[in-house]
Write a protein that binds this ligand. Structure first.
Ligand code: ADP
Length: 471
């Protein structure tokens, strides 16, 4: 049993004032593996005060100095890759492909941001005005449990690039991963108070940050419902916000797609991070003319996907993070059946041979109408809805008929055709034929998938405020 009983404030690991304890579980075994002591509003006050003291010096650093800090963070995080991998396996249980990506991605984010700082136009001349891009002040980052390492890294990296200081509140379910990241941050040796990390519950620590008068900006990743609460709280003091929220990503399978390659890509996009991903492509829009073939191939391919613990190198789908998430997915599978969708494969309960662990059966629903709740609400598990369409215009209309707009997908054997369709989708990102992540391209949502963008220069814009001096 691990006990995590410190938080990171003002350059030191300190005992929190709060004394709530949250259990930590291995989702593949359901066994408790540890306990974390959580901070409270008092701890938030200390962390924000430390970040506020550190801000003036940080705001006066040059872009070159910030790039040096980012590269120190990159090195320190990369040095802990093995420990981060182990923590993620134990506490989160994602398949090794996702865990490997996450660990590498977390370190790379600092290097990517160093490159951004080196090319970003912090000073611009517009007519007689000299415009400088100024840091906003102390930033708060509020983070979910489904990609802890990457989210902590991207938000810290952007704050440093901007010349800000930061207080990070991760999910209480990610305390082991957070601990390794906090140790790496400490090892990077930045000035005290620049980076602070406070474990705690959302309605306590998250809410204290969202209302704190000395927080200038909130960068939040999580559910649309919590994003709305944070936006409302932040409005009282006009905090700037970057919100990366939910999604119900459409994948348009065009009529010309080669199904032998498209179906494995569609399932990988639908079940990415075991379906616990805001970017997951959870609505597969299939042409009626090729529906039977599509369903047959989906059924065949899904049977080749192995569900299992992160310790199994062949597992492609891991457990849900918690009992609560497992039950949530089960309830949506029941709902789909009640709503009249046809269960093509999967269903309630655990996959054969897995009696323990929060594993769910990868599930595909056919005959889904876009108005059903399973097609409109984020399920956050490996559940794919297949929605037939008659023609391309209808496919685009169905794709855009959602309150979300984070990431959409197009599958086609004709790239120009795919791009024409992509250009009509209301989404912050459109991925064609499973294209890989592009680290410096903007990421974020249209509509209720959020406000603002992350990564690269677009991400940095959201952490800066222009000041124009006229002479
Ligand atoms: P998830 O279920 O994916 O964790 P949430 O949106 O509920 O999504 O949580 C994301 C983050 O927001 C977590 O760190 C959580 O503790 C925090 N959070 C939850 N409720 C609030 C709130 N009212 N104010 C601020 N942060 C919150």
């Amino acid at each position: 049993m691990r006990t995590i009983d410190t938080i990171y404030i003002d350059g030191a690991f300190v005992t929190p004032h709060g004394d709530d304890r949250a259990p930590l579980f291995n989702p593949a075994t359901e066994k408790q593996i540890g306990e974390v002591r959580l901070g409270d509003a008092d701890d938030v006050n200390h962390a924000v005060a430390a970040a506020k003291r550190a801000f003036p010096a940080m705001a006066h650093t040059t872009p070159a100095e910030r790039a040096v800090m980012l590269r120190r963070l990159h090195k320190a995080v990369a040095a802990r890759a093995d420990d981060m991998f182990a923590a993620m396996v134990e506490e989160y249980g994602a398949p090794s492909s996702f865990t490997g990506f996450s660990v590498q991605h977390a370190a790379a984010l600092f290097e990517d941001m160093a490159k951004t700082v080196e090319t970003y136009a912090f000073r611009r001349t517009i007519g007689r005005a000299e415009v400088s891009m100024e840091p906003l002040g102390v930033v708060a980052a509020i983070i979910p449990w489904n990609s802890t390492l990457g989210f902590i890294a991207s938000k810290i990296a952007t704050a440093i690039a901007a010349g800000s200081t930061i207080v990070v509140k991760p999910s209480e379910m990610s305390a082991i991963q957070t601990q390794v990241m906090a140790q790496a941050v400490h090892a990077a040796g930045l000035s005290k108070g620049v980076i602070n990390i406070v474990n705690g519950y959302g309605p306590i620590v998250g809410a204290a940050l969202s209302t704190h008068p000395d927080i200038a900006k909130i960068s939040f990743t999580g559910s649309t419902m919590t994003g709305r609460a944070i936006l409302t709280a932040a409005a009282q003091t006009f905090k700037r916000v970057t919100l990366e929220l939910g999604g119900k990503g459409p994948q348009i399978l065009l009529e010309d797609a080669d199904l032998a390659t498209a179906i494995p890509i569609a399932l990988a996009s639908g079940f990415v991070n075991s379906g616990q991903a805001c970017v997951a492509g959870t609505r597969l829009l299939a042409p009626e003319s090729r529906l039977d073939e599509t369903l047959a191939r989906l059924k065949d391919h899904i049977e080749t996907l192995k569900v299992g613990a992160a310790t199994d190198p062949n597992a492609q789908i891991g457990p849900m993070v918690s009992q609560k998430q497992w039950e949530r997915v089960q309830s949506y599978i029941r709902l789909g059946i009640d709503e009249g969708a046809t269960l093509l494969t999967g269903g309630e309960g655990r996959p054969d041979g897995l009696e323990h662990g929060w594993f769910v059966r990868p599930t595909v629903f056919a005959d889904v109408a876009n108005q059903m709740r399973i097609a409109r609400e984020e399920i956050f598990g490996p559940v794919l809805c297949v929605i037939p369409y008659r023609n391309e215009a209808e496919a685009i209309a169905i794709a855009n008929d959602t309150s979300y707009g984070l990431q959409s997908y197009v599958l086609s054997s004709d790239l120009d055709h795919a791009k024409r369709v992509a250009g009509q989708l209301q989404a912050g990102r459109v991925v064609i034929n499973g294209a890989p992540h592009e680290p410096l391209a903007p990421f974020g949502g249209f509509k209720q998938s959020g406000i603002g963008r992350e990564y690269g220069a677009f991400g940095l814009d959201g952490f800066l405020e222009p000041r124009a001096v006229l002479s």
